[in-house]
Structure formats: C-alpha cells, structure tokens
Design a protein around this ligand. Structure first.
Ligand code: PLP
Length: 436
C-alpha cells in the first residue's frame, strides 16, 4: 500500500514514511491508494473472531511490509487491550463506550497505535524524534500516555492553563520521563498557533526531528476503524446500524466511513457537531466556508476548519450527492446539549459526556424522522468519545450530583503535577526547545 498526498505535488510514500512525516511536503494529507476489501466471509463470521484477529486483519493491508507480522500483531494487541462495550440506552439507541482506555477517551486507540509504530520505525535510529502537540484537553493526555517510555521519542505538550479539567491536567502533567507539559498562559488557539509556527521554523527543524501527533497522521487516523468492527460484533439487529459520531476534526467519522467502504454494513452516518457548523452548512448549501472556531462545552470539537473533511470528500470521489446520501450532519447548541444530558440521565440513568450528548441528540432527531417515514425498526448507536468525569463542571451541574472517578484513574490524584509555565509567545517556545 502506498499513500499519496491529496495536494498531488509530493511523491507517493509507504506507511512508515507517511507515519513518520505526518503531513506530505506539499502540506497535503496522505491518503491510501485504494481502500482494501474485507476478506470473504469476514462480516458473516465476525462474531467468531477475537478483537486481536480483527485488528490485525484490518490494519495489515494498510501497513503492508513495513512492520513485521508478529510485531504488528503485538502493536495491535497492546493498542486495544481494554473494553469497547456497546451499551443499550433506549429501545433504539445504544452507546459505543470508547472511554475505557487509559486516558478515558477514544483518542487512546489512535495514540497507542501511532506511538508504537513510531517506536518501531525509530528502533535503529540514533536521532531522537520530538512530538510536539497542542491540546484542548483530550489529545494531550492520550498522546502522553501512548508515548510514555517509547525509546527515542520525546513528547512536548502545550496546554492552556486553567482551561482543562482536573483529570485532564493530571493526565498531562504527572507522567514525567519522556513527557513534558508546557502550561501556557493563554488559550488553546494560542497553543495551536505556537505549535504551527514551530513546525514552520527552519532553526527548530534543523536542530530537532519534529513531528505531530494529530489525526492527520495516518497511523493515528486509520486504527480508529477498529472499534466500528467491535461494535458490529455486538450489534444484535438484522438491519445495519445508523452511526452517529460527535465530530470536530472529522478523523473519527472518516475512519468509520473507510471501514464501511471496505465492507462494514452501515445504514447511514451522522456527524454531530456543536456550534461549529461548517460541515452541516456545507451539506445544506454545497458551500464549504471555514470560520474561526467558537468555544463550546464540548470543547474537543471546537474546530472551524476540520482537517479530515477533505479525506471524506475523497472517499466519495468528490461527488456531493453520493456523500449526502451516506452522511448527514447537524449542529447542536450548548443549551440543547445540557438538556440532553439531563433528560437522558433522568429517563435512563445513563450519564453522557457533552460530546456524547451532542451525538445522542443528533441521532434521536434523525431516528424520529426516519422512523416517521418508514415505521420499521431503524436503530443505531452513538460513539461515546470520552468519560463524563473529564467534563465535571458541565455534567455535575446538570445532573446535580458528583460523578464517581473511575478506579483506573484514581491513582492520578496521588501524583505530583509538573509543568513548565510559559507565556503565549512563539519566541519563548523556540528558545526553550533550542536549549534542550
Ligand atoms: C477529539 C474528540 C472528538 C472529535 O473527534 P474528531 O476525530 O476530531 O472528529 C470528539 N469527542 C472527544 C471527547 C474528543 O476528544
């Protein structure tokens, strides 16, 4: 398998090079030359496979000869060594809980796979790689945890001071070793701008091997397909599911669409957005108009120009009507998100996080219309992308009670926070990186 740049100005590369580079030299996103077809009988027999076998079967064609088969099996097995339960909330809505990983967010899957791939590709390399990443909360924790202890890789995470929740901050700042947290006296946008400038800076690139760890990287994007298959293993209905994904940069839903094109049965996809409604507007008007992100309570989706949307267009050969037939997108505001958390808790005792709530509302509305047209058994599931305890301010205010801290993260509260504070100035970041 080779990967080409969606800007078409750079040579094709193999999986290893795409993963190490992140982005193509022409600034395009890497895209697989073709979408592999699932082996014959795979879907019919999916319930008989282990998750490890599914993971290997799905990832192998994308990785090709770049990783030895036994090593790839090890990497996949370590990546998915936690639960992915599909939990029923109502008669026709279930929740695929993707928050049982070490940092309680779905990003664990992509981050764990990518970090292990980079560790493997870097195994004989003397020069250290520096992963530089800005986070509004979830990405940083997943990347830090995924890369902890990986030889030859240093991770530097920029996060906005006082703007991440207590659990998120502990996940970023207590690991030590090859992970350093920079606490920026500014906003997420400041952090993002500093990182972007660093990637474009000649002095820094001459001194350090800089790489990014966001969902534009194929090694983080593609393994996100796996839990769509795990969900299908647990799906009990005859009719294929409608899948609703809370979306920001659209990497997660894009991976689901890849899985579907390779053969996974899915009736329809819904991309649920918060007030950042570039894609919902596009599907209405066929006009794609990026705008600056606005802040919401589902802040991991505060994205004004989703970087993976171009990949989704490519998956549908840039055919608007084909895209519209398979994908809907809606925007849900903060007030509705809170009401949804409240109602679902009251009626079903299920605690949604703000991102999951956006998806729940979008799916509920869609099913009402769908069922209205066809009084059959339309049903689907949401991707619950983070544990509610990561957003305690919002959720506890709405459900009027404390959320229990999962046992798996309680140890964090006994660890010491270590961060380096920094003003939101690129020069300060540069000076600090040059001194390392
Ligand atoms: C990152 C994130 C999202 C958005 O995922 P994309 O792949 O960027 O669309 C949704 N929910 C949570 C909790 C996240 O951390």
């Amino acid at each position: 398998m080779l990967y080409y740049s969606l800007n078409h100005q750079s040579p094709k590369v193999n999986f290893a090079e795409a993963a190490v580079k992140g982005q193509a030299p022409d600034k395009g996103l890497y895209f697989p030359e073709y979408i592999p077809t699932l082996p014959k009988g795979f879907i019919e027999n999916i319930k008989t496979y282990s998750k490890e076998a599914i993971g290997f079967t799905i990832m192998q064609p994308y990785v090709g000869e770049n990783i030895d088969k036994n090593e790839l099996q090890r990497i996949v097995t370590e990546t998915i060594n936690f639960k992915f339960p599909l939990v029923r909330i109502t008669e026709n809505i279930a929740s695929l809980e993707l928050f049982h990983g070490p940092t309680l967010a779905f990003k664990d899957v992509g981050a764990r796979f990518m970090s292990r791939c980079l560790g493997y590709f870097n195994r004989n390399n003397k020069k250290e790689v520096t992963v530089l990443v800005a986070t509004s909360g979830d990405t940083g924790g997943a990347v830090a945890n995924g890369f902890l202890g990986v030889e030859g890789v240093n991770v530097v995470i920029l996060y906005p001071s006082k703007k991440v929740s207590p659990v998120q901050e502990l996940q970023l700042t207590t690991l030590g070793k090859n992970i350093t947290a920079l606490e920026v006296n500014g906003t997420f946008d400041d952090c993002q701008a500093m990182v972007k400038q660093a990637f474009a800076d000649t002095d820094l690139n001459n001194k350090l091997s800089l790489t990014s760890a966001n969902s534009i990287n194929v090694a983080r994007w593609l393994p996100q397909q796996l839990y769509y298959f795990f969900a299908y293993q647990q799906w009990q209905q005859n009719e294929a599911p409608i899948i609703c994904v809370p979306s920001g940069n659209f990497g997660n839903i894009c991976a689901g669409i890849v899985a579907h094109i390779s053969g996974l049965p899915v009736k329809h996809f819904i991309a649920a957005c918060n007030a950042n409604d570039v894609v919902p507007n596009y599907l209405q008007t066929e006009q794609y108009t990026p705008k600056p992100a606005v802040a919401t309570i589902s802040n991991a989706m505060d994205v004004g120009n989703p970087s993976n949307f171009i990949r989704i267009m490519q998956l549908f050969n840039n055919q608007f009507n084909a895209l519209k037939n398979k994908l809907s997108s809606v925007s849900i505001d903060d007030a509705t998100t809170k009401t949804t958390i409240e109602t679902v808790y009251k009626n079903y005792q299920y605690i949604l996080d703000p991102h999951g709530a956006v998806a729940y509302k979008a799916l509920e509305d869609y099913l009402k219309n769908d069922v209205g047209q066809r009084p059959t058994s339309a049903s689907g599931f949401i991707l619950e992308t983070a544990h509610p305890v990561k957003f305690p301010e919002t959720v506890e205010e709405v459900i009027h009670q404390k959320i229990a801290i999962p046992e798996s993260v309680q140890y964090l509260f006994n660890l010491e926070k270590k961060s380096i504070t920094m003003q939101p100035k690129f020069e300060d970041l540069k000076e600090w990186l040059m001194r390392r």
